[in-house]
Design a protein around this ligand. Structure first.
Ligand SMILES: [Zn+2]
Length: 249
């Protein structure tokens, strides 16, 4: 908008998000001074747009509840199924996110008890330009005493590796402190979903408790436990994701 007021010419630029940029020139000002101020204003606008791009976008998270459909994953001593446990946790995380004023941009690789191929799960993270891919699983062992949580990150090092490892430590530490679950640490493994996402985003695979362990299978049978797990995992992801900038090419 151009305003002419007595001795002044004024340019007012209203931007999409609530901000006004105004330029005011005295009548008869030299053209080179006008050009200089216009260039300065243009630089400011570009800078603000970049800031909006970097800080204004919500982080995109792909949550991958493992298995599904005819692939039930591990089956607990009490009959609970891994595919149902992890879907329950993922849906609860989605519900918690939707309650926020500024939610994360969360997508699930499956929203129901269906089998999705591993490559389709990782393609979704790539297509959505995700900031984080989190695969949820439950563990199983022939040793009935095996228990605790493991967090896996990909073997291969990329520019996302440090952040994946750091987030892995935050998750196992948070689950240990908040829910008193045992931690078996952060480990490196060549899981397909990690291998195929590590070039595009931070990615972790959570092996939640052992369904082959009596105590842990009982714990995962309890809906309140699954809600507590979802809450702790979601809060860590939300807090940590909002504390860092996007890594992009
Ligand atoms: Zn699994």
């Amino acid at each position: 908008m151009f305003l002419f007021n007595g001795n002044w010419h004024q340019i007012i630029w209203e931007m999409e998000w609530p901000m006004l940029i105004t330029l005011k020139f005295r009548k008869g000002v030299k053209p080179k001074n006008v050009r200089f101020r216009l260039c300065l204003a243009l630089c400011l606008v570009i800078l603000l747009f970049q800031c909006q791009t970097i800080f204004g976008q919500q982080k995109v998270v792909v949550i991958d509840p493992g298995h599904g459909g005819k692939d039930s994953g591990a089956i607990g001593l009490n009959g609970i199924k891994e595919n149902e446990v992890v879907l329950h946790i993922a849906m609860e995380m989605l519900r918690l996110n939707n309650e926020l004023d500024k939610p994360l941009d969360i997508y699930l690789t499956r929203y129901s008890d269906t089998l999705i191929s591993l490559s389709d799960r990782t393609k979704l993270a790539k297509a959505l330009k995700a900031d984080l891919f989190v695969s949820l699983h439950c563990n199983h062992s022939d040793n009935p005493n095996a228990r605790g949580i493991e967090v896996y990150v990909a073997h291969r090092k990329t520019k996302y590796s440090d952040r994946s490892i750091w987030l892995g430590f935050q998750l196992q530490d948070g689950l240990k402190k908040k829910l008193r679950l045992e931690s078996r640490g952060v480990k490196f493994k060549n899981f397909q979903v990690l291998r195929e996402t590590v070039d595009y985003c931070s990615s972790v695979l959570l092996e939640l408790g052992f369904l082959s362990n009596n105590d842990e299978s009982e714990y995962y049978q309890n809906t309140a436990s699954l809600k507590a797990l979802a809450l702790v995992i979601f809060r860590i992801l939300f807090k940590k994701l909002n504390s860092y900038e996007r890594i992009r090419d």
